[in-house]
Write a new protein. Sequence first.
Length: 165
Amino acid sequence: MIQVAEALNIIAENSCKMPIAKIKVSKSLGYVLAEAVYSPINMPPFRQSAMDGYAFTHNGSNQFEVVNTSQAGDFLDDKIEENQAVRIFTGAFVPDDTDTVVMQEHTTRTDNLLQIEKMPVACANIREKGEQIKKGELVFDANTVITPAAIGFLACLGITKIKVI
């Protein structure tokens, strides 16, 4: 019987490295990364609502005037006053003038008057810019096997091609 170190040496001496190829992420399932991958962007790339509800500035009040709507894909740069709120959907841009999102289930709305029935803590339900991963941060190390989840994550970061073996 041979020692493990000797067996590893025999394998290394009698094998060759697989060639490196740059392929589409969508075709990379089961391949192995040839090099580390770093995030080219912050994810999320902006302050993002974690749920459907209303964005507002937490100020002790529980009544707000609903002045606009922010849906996923929108960029709302309107000035939001202290006692105003914005109808917001999961994944949507959170206006800079607001700091909290209340779940829609915790509110009552009549026309443009919003009543918050269960007040969240300040800064609740907002994903901050780069909260999931920051630009330049390691996404996957070299020698990582590409799984369906890895493909989805790479795609959400805008990465379309990777070097694999």
